[in-house]
Design a protein around this ligand. Sequence first.
Ligand code: KG4
Ligand code: ZN
Length: 335
Amino acid sequence: MDTLILGIESSCDETAASVVKNGRYIMSNVISSQIDLHKKYGGVVPEIASRKHVELIMPVVHQALEEAGVSLKEIDAVGVTYGPGLVGALLVGLTAAKAIAFAADKPLVGVHHIEGHIAANYLQEPELEPPFICLVASGGHSHIVHVKSYSEFEILGQTRDDAAGEAFDKISRAIGLGYPGGPLIDKNALTGNSKAIQFPRVTFDDGSLDFSFSGLKTAVLNYLNRMEQTGEKINIPDVAASFQQAVVDVLVRNTIAAANMKNIDKIALAGGVAANTQLRNDMKVTAEKQGIKVMYPGLTLCTDNAAMISCAAYYEYKSGKRAGMDLNAVPGLKL
Ligand code: KG4
Ligand code: ZN
């Protein structure tokens, strides 16, 4: 018997719903992005995001069911992101999921957003099974995770300050490229020289696999100020490429070190930053030289979507996990 999961995601600025069969086959994946709405403010405005989620959530859910060609009756469970994320945004998806589960008398499964990002790899690679090492790099997180099983995670390294995506967004704003920073820096870097400017790559004396991107951010800002003071022309593609290379170098170095430490020969990438061209390329080339296989989801499955939530919910559902109607949004939920 097939298991169909309706997944709902609204933790940031994407309103999304999806139906996934048996945890691996996407029947529908509807994503309504609010990027254009937040662009003029240079970032996500939480209150605007919540209001837009309210408008979009039910049409998006209906569309997901319609595209999958199934009715609510045929769904086995409703999976929903309950954290981490923006509290007002999370509450919209969560409330909708609870209402649907209650009305249709279906089990409710709460999903950790990061677990969802990791699960995007199961949708991309039908044969993939734990254990593997996953680099989760998004706007809010930079974690190196040892995925021990479908529901057991060990964090081997994480950022001590800014998340990788956050650094991309801040630098993009500073060099006038705007929001969202990641894709714009990625594109500009294609025509730039990544060796033009030497920006720092932080290592910790204690051998930790943690990241720190705030020093890099300051170094880029100092460079921009210096150039402005001396009246020299700033080459935007060179700054973008040199900054991006500094981020990618530490992400690749620490993730491969984690794989070696755990003697694991599979690395998966996840989260919005996993869409980065340089990161995908460098991780693959460097790891494969050491006999480590590298996987990453297609671009739509890297950034926020609900198919990844349906997939993670499927494994939680199979392991017997159920949430009550008292499930609350947890903005700082730990993995
Ligand atoms: O996973 P995601 O959609 O939302 C969060 O859970 O945060 O990630 C969004 C982040 C943003 O910071 C965005 O700038 C970054 O992912 N991002 C990228 C790229 N595409 C999105 N960063 C680098 N290169 C990209 N191509
Ligand atoms: Zn995300």
